[in-house]
Design a protein around this ligand. Structure first.
Ligand code: 13P
Length: 252
């Protein structure tokens, strides 16, 4: 079973509209015509329109970093999934560790957001991973299992194959400490086994698993060579066109 690779650049809270447009335009030129992989740009909300325009007519896709579980309502400061679709998004990142750490997001909250994203026609990228203390205490699999069980508890099995999961060990995010390919593969294999058990072999074989955490041009090849690593969710290294273009064109 070959899964179509999916590389996403999470720009986090970086990029005003001017530089966002330039970065997106440079990427459109360098990697906008690739047909054998999915490439997703995930700018902040305020730059969605500029990036949408810059990548129009290319194979690059637009994603958002968060979305609310309700369609609409009195939720000041929030953006609904329907609004993201309206802004041109095809993907939405859900449960990023920074959302969990700084904004109190929970597995149960992610579950609602995943349902809402699918209902709106978006592809959710469900993120999770263990903290350094959890890894050092030998609790990685326990934590990941809970993130899967609670986050995906009410997922419609018919939609499950379309979900994207990003395993991002928190200790590897923004630290320059990438998980070794063996560490990434071990957890990805665990996730795929869990998926097989809960959703069956067809879903487990189809669902794409991204690794995230200090992915760079010089380590992407060995990570992508792992049998259960189907893509990458890239933070810092997605902010430079040449580097991200190299990551997108990983060699494995
Ligand atoms: P870095 O690539 O900067 O470590 O960030 C990873 C990440 O959080 C992507 O969502």
């Amino acid at each position: 079973m070959t899964r179509r690779p999916i590389i996403a650049g999470n720009w986090k809270m970086y990029m005003l509209t001017g530089p966002a447009k330039e970065l997106a335009a440079a990427l459109a030129k360098q990697v906008g015509r690739l047909a054998d992989r999915d490439v997703v740009l995930v700018p902040p909300f305020t730059a969605l329109a500029a990036v949408k325009e810059a990548i129009a007519g290319t194979n690059l896709a637009l994603g958002a970093q968060n979305g609310h579980a309700k369609n609409e309502g009195a939720f000041t400061g929030e953006v609904s999934m329907a609004m993201l679709v309206d802004a041109g998004c095809r993907y939405v990142v859900i449960g990023h560790s920074e959302r969990r750490q700084f904004f109190g997001e929970t597995n149960a909250g992610c579950r609602e957001k995943i349902k809402a994203a699918f209902a709106a026609g978006l592809t959710p990228i469900y993120c999770f991973g263990e903290l350094l203390a959890e890894r050092e205490a030998g609790k990685t699999f326990e934590v990941v299992r809970r993130q899967l069980e609670e986050g995906l508890a009410e997922l419609d099995p018919a939609l499950a194959p379309r979900l994207v999961i990003a395993y991002e060990p928190v200790w590897a995010i923004g630290t320059g400490k990438t998980a070794s390919p063996a560490q990434a593969q071990e957890v990805h294999a665990f996730i795929r086994d869990w998926l097989r058990e809960h959703f069956g072999a067809a879903t487990a074989d189809a669902l794409r698993l991204q690794y995230g955490g200090s992915v760079k041009p010089d380590n992407v090849d060995e990570l992508m060579a792992c049998p259960d690593v189907d893509g990458a969710l890239v933070g810092g290294a997605s902010l430079k066109a040449d580097g991200f273009a190299r990551i997108v064109q990983f060699r494995s």
